[in-house]
Design a protein around this ligand. Structure first.
Ligand code: B12
Ligand code: SF4
Length: 476
């Protein structure tokens, strides 16, 4: 069976709480989840699939069609967030028209939330929900083996399948994978030079994952209270060494909070130093999971930036979001980080239910005091099936289950709503622009950035990012 793993062109993606122009200019990250699925498939079957990442390779619909005709795959597998469901639907239709016998399988965060609804959509033959690596391979193998097909498909947990218009969604796979059983993502299927990041610190960027899951309870997040698991430090180091061999010198750990298991992380940092591995990297962390020992180890081993989810300065709002942190903890962690010479990105939120405009600007002032290298002010958005979404429905702020409507009938006319009793979307967008302007145009920020510039590349990266943020509303 010939398999094409595909990241479709982004033409119909929804605009999220971060303006599309800002999101779009940041560069291209690899689809690590799909590369993991491809890696497992390759290891188990010995078949070599094809991988086309249209946005990264700048492949448009016409070029994709040409390559599709040449490859003539039996199955196309795509990974989707809610934000690019429409892109996947559109391209599924185009490819199916080209080859009516083509089988189409979707997986990823959106499918994990809405397996049945996604399977019910036209052109979709299979959905995989949960950790997709073994499930997808079981599906591909089942389709190739002899014997009654429905029996084989019915026995695969985490799979949904459609035959003659009838959808069947099997029970979920409840067993989590041992992360050391995973092969490394199938990076050899993509041209790594096409991935980059506007504010990276190196010549060649790529992503890696050392842990899965997060025990914290932030209500706006899909990953909330999921089982935390780690790979062994040896395996992570081996993968980093492979990446360095490939020319990668700038890594992003996509882990939600890699700092939860400090022992493992310290071992990884230690090994990077001991083995003299030359790598710059950035991570994401909760402020309450770092301490001086961890920060020092990160600094020594090449960590140049930490992404902190800080959200707000107001304890009332932090509590509302069940963030489980205080402004004092935030200040402590940010100071530790600054003192160790690691930069940080402050993710802030405005438009939290019941928040006043004054409080939003207090959050900007707080962000300025923390002295991050970058700050992003997102409009608080209840994403599908999050605790925040259900909470806002209970309070009557979100008046209808509109994500359910989108999942059942995704149309390009759909626009994400910013639910607030106190502000219109236009007002919120204007406040968001004001927040970015207050932050990035503040003399203290500009002086600090000029003082910190290490090289011309560093300066131009910062200037590009700053310009992008300030002009993102203008769609440039
Ligand atoms: C890194 C990351 C990014 C990066 C890179 C994205 C990329 N190219 O992959 C950046 C910064 C660009 C990004 C942007 C955004 N992101 Co993001 N991101 C993540 C993060 C932290 C990690 C993703 C990852 O690599 N995971 C590791 C892999 C191994 O896991 P996975 O992708 O889930 O894949 C597994 C399964 O889902 C399944 N699977 C996945 N795909 C497929 C496909 C097939 C065929 C099969 C069989 C199985 C399968 O198997 C995989 C292996 O087990 C996740 C949170 C998380 N922990 O997943 C959020 C997350 C995916 N992002 C999210 C969001 C909301 C966004 C933004 C909209 C944020 C915003 N701007 O407001 C944008 C959207 C950008 C866009 N244009 O689409 C949400 C998605 C929610 C949803 N309902 O879709 C998540 C879940 C975080 C959250 N808030 O809860 N993101
Ligand atoms: S700490 Fe991050 S990953 Fe964990 S629940 Fe909160 S937002 Fe989600």
């Amino acid at each position: 069976m010939k398999i094409l793993f595909l990241v479709p062109p982004e033409t119909l993606s929804l605009e999220s709480s971060v303006p599309k122009a800002l999101e779009g200019g940041k560069g291209y990250y690899p689809k690590l989840g799909l590369l993991y699925v491809a890696g497992w498939y390759e290891r188990e079957t010995g078949n070599r699939p094809t991988f086309i990442d249209c946005p990264a390779e700048k492949v448009n619909e016409q070029v994709l069609l040409e390559r599709f005709r040449e490859l003539d795959p039996d199955m196309v597998a795509m990974s989707i967030m809610t934000f690019n469901l429409l892109d996947a639907m559109y391209i599924a239709k185009v490819l199916r028209k080209e080859k009516p016998s083509l089988q189409i399988c979707l997986g990823g965060p959106h499918v994990n939330l809405y397996p049945q609804e996604t399977l019910n959509l036209p052109e979709i033959d299979y959905v995989v929900f949960g950790e997709g690596e073994p499930i997808f391979t079981r599906l591909a193998q089942a389709l190739e083996q002899d014997g009654p097909e429905s029996d084989k498909l019915a026995s695969i947990k985490g799979l949904g399948w459609k035959r003659d218009g009838i959808s069947t969604v099997n029970p979920s796979e409840t067993e989590l994978l041992d992360m050391d059983d995973l092969p490394f993502p199938a990076r050899h299927l993509v041209d790594i030079s096409q991935y980059n990041h506007i504010i990276g610190e190196g010549r060649q960027f790529f992503t890696i994952q050392a842990t899965r899951g997060c025990p914290a309870a932030c209500t706006f997040c899909d990953i909330r209270q999921t089982t935390f698991r780690c790979r062994s430090p040896e395996s992570v180091i081996q993968e980093i060494e492979e990446l360095v061999e490939l020319g990668v010198d700038d890594l992003f750990f996509v882990d939600d909070t890699i700092t939860i298991n400090k022992k493992n992380l310290l071992e990884i940092c230690d090994q990077i130093v001991k083995r003299g591995i030359k790598i710059n990297y950035k991570i994401s962390a909760r402020v309450d999971t770092v301490n001086p020992e961890v920060i020092q180890a990160l600094a020594r081993s090449g960590c140049y930036r930490i992404h902190y989810g800080i959200e707000s300065v107001t304890p009332r709002h932090l509590k509302y979001l069940q963030k489980g942190q205080t402004p004092e903890k935030v200040e402590r962690a940010c100071k530790l980080t600054r003192d160790a010479g690691i930069g940080f990105f402050a993710y802030m939120m405005i438009g939290i239910p019941h928040e006043t405009k004054e409080e939003m600007f207090q959050t900007v002032d707080f962000a300025k005091r923390l002295k991050p290298d970058y700050a992003q002010f997102s409009i608080c958005t209840p994403y599908p099936k999050t605790e925040l979404y259900f909470q806002m429905m209970k309070e009557g702020i979100v008046t209808e289950d509109y994500w359910q409507g989108f999942a059942e009938n995704p149309t390009p006319e759909f626009k994400i709503k910013f639910w607030s009793r106190d502000f219109t979307e236009k007002e919120l967008r204007k406040i968001q622009d004001d927040c970015h302007a207050r932050f990035y145009r503040s003399p203290s920020y500009i002086i600090k950035q000029i003082a910190k510039v290490r090289s011309w590349e560093d300066f131009t990266a910062k200037a590009r990012m700053g310009t992008k943020i300030l002009t993102s509303r203008l769609g440039v």
